[in-house]
Design a protein around this ligand. Structure first.
Ligand SMILES: NC(=O)C1=CN([C@@H]2O[C@H](COP(=O)(O)OP(=O)(O)OC[C@H]3O[C@@H](n4cnc5c(N)ncnc54)[C@H](OP(=O)(O)O)[C@@H]3O)[C@@H](O)[C@H]2O)C=CC1
Ligand SMILES: O=C1CO[C@H](CO)[C@@H](O)[C@@H]1O
Length: 305
C-alpha cells in the first residue's frame, strides 16, 4: 500500500482511521464477509464497519480473531464499529443488543457504537415512536460499562442532531450518512464539523459503483471524460478519485468490496492530492441523488430525509 493511512482524533479523544472497510451486502456466500475482512486487514485496513442488521458480525469477528491469532494485528490496532438496530431503541434494550453484537464479534468492546437510524421499529417493522434521546441514555450507559469507547449516530439530520446535542451528557462523536460525488451533502457535513461531529461517508462510491444497473441514466460520473482525465493524471481509478475527494473534504470513507483487487485499490489513496480545481470538478457531479433513501421507514416518526 502506498501512503500512510490518515486518521482523525474524535471528540472522545480516540483516533478514527479515515478509511474503513464497509461490510454490507444484500447477498453473500457463506464465508464471503470473513474473506473480505481478512483481505482487508492483510491489505492494511484497520477500521471495519459492520452492524447487527448486516447479519455478518460472526464472520467479521472470525476474520478479526484469525488475523489477531496470526499476529498480523492486535486488538488495539483495530477500530471496529457496529450499530444498534431499530428494534432495540428502548433504553433498557441497548446494552443487551450491544452485548449480543460483542458476543458475535468475539470482542469485549467496540471502538464505536452507532444508533443506526433515528427511527424505532418492533419485530413486525411497525413504528415504535421511541424518542432517540431515550435510546441515547442506553448508549451512554454502554460507555460507562466499558463496552464501547465512543458513541455516535447514523442517518441523523440537522434537527435531530441539534436535539440530541441539547440532551446528551456524552456527545455523539460521529454521524455516518451517505456522502459521495453525486450526493455531496455540504450543508450537513459543515453542520457536523462545526459541532465536532465527524462525518463518515457510507456508500462513498455512490453511482460510480459498477453494480448499480438500476441507476443507468443518472451515472454520467462513470463515463464523463473530465473525471477520466483526472484519474489518468494520477494513475488512479474513478473510484479512487471519489474516495480521495471525500478524504480531502475531511470526511472518512467506508468503501465495501468483496473483490481482493478492489479492496486493495480503495486503500491506495494516500499518495496523491487533488488540486482545488480538480476538487471542484468532482464536486460538480452532485445531483443530490440518494442511493440509500431508507424508504422502508419513510412513513415513520423521525424519518430523516
Ligand atoms: N449507516 C448506514 O445506514 C449505511 C452504512 N453503510 C456502510 O457503508 C459501506 C459502504 O456502502 P455501500 O452501500 O456498500 O457502497 P460502496 O460505495 O462501498 O459501493 C459498494 C459497491 O461498489 C463496488 N466497488 C467497490 N470498490 C470498487 C472499485 N474500486 N471500483 C468499482 N466498483 C467498486 C462493490 O463491488 P464488489 O463488492 O463486487 O467489489 C460494491 O458493489 C457499507 O458496506 C456499510 O458498511 C452502507 C449503507 C447504509
Ligand atoms: O446500513 C445499511 C446498509 O444498507 C441498507 C440498504 O441499502 C440500509 O438500509 C442500511 O442502513
Amino acid at each position: 500500500m502506498a501512503g500512510k493511512i490518515l486518521s482523525y482524533k474524535l471528540s472522545s479523544g480516540y483516533e478514527i482511521p479515515m478509511i474503513g472497510l464497509g461490510t454490507y451486502a444484500r447477498k453473500a456466500d457463506t464465508g464471503q464477509f470473513r474473506q473480505a475482512v481478512e483481505w482487508g486487514i492483510e491489505a492494511g485496513y484497520r477500521h471495519i464497519d459492520t452492524a447487527s442488521c448486516y447479519k455478518n458480525e460472526e464472520e467479521v469477528g472470525e476474520a478479526i480473531s484469525n488475523k489477531i491469532y496470526q499476529g498480523i494485528v492486535s486488538r488495539q490496532d483495530l477500530f471496529v464499529t457496529t450499530k444498534l438496530w431499530n428494534d432495540s431503541h428502548a433504553e433498557q434494550d441497548v446494552i443487551p443488543a450491544l452485548k449480543s453484537s460483542l458476543n458475535r464479534l468475539k470482542l469485549d468492546y467496540v471502538d464505536l457504537y452507532l444508533i443506526h437510524w433515528p427511527v424505532s421499529v418492533n419485530s413486525m417493522g411497525e413504528d415504535m415512536k421511541i424518542d432517540f434521546v431515550e435510546t441515547w441514555r442506553g448508549m451512554e450507559a454502554a460507555v460507562k460499562e466499558g463496552l464501547v469507547k465512543s458513541i455516535g449516530v447514523s442517518n441523523f439530520n440537522e434537527e435531530q442532531l441539534t436535539r440530541l446535542l441539547q440532551n446528551a451528557i456524552i456527545k455523539p462523536v460521529v454521524n455516518q450518512f451517505e456522502i459521495n460525488p453525486t450526493l455531496t451533502q455540504h450543508k450537513l457535513v459543515d453542520f457536523c464539523k462545526k459541532r465536532s461531529i465527524m462525518p463518515v461517508a457510507y456508500t462513498p462510491l455512490g453511482l460510480i459503483s459498477e453494480a448499480r444497473p438500476e441507476f443507468i441514466g443518472k451515472d454520467a460520473i462513470k463515463t464523463d471524460p473530465k473525471l477520466g482525465e483526472i484519474a489518468k493524471k494520477y494513475k488512479k481509478t474513478r473510484a479512487q478519485i471519489a474516495l480521495r475527494y471525500l478524504i480531502q473534504r475531511g470526511v472518512a470513507v467506508l468503501p465495501k468490496s468483496f473483490t481482493k483487487s478492489r479492496i486493495e485499490e480503495n486503500l491506495n489513496i494516500f499518495d496523491f492530492e487533488l488540486s482545488e480545481q480538480e476538487m471542484a470538478i468532482v464536486d460538480s457531479y452532485n445531483i443530490d441523488h440518494r442511493c440509500v433513501p431508507g424508504t422502508a421507514f419513510c412513513r415513520h416518526n423521525n424519518y430523516p430525509f
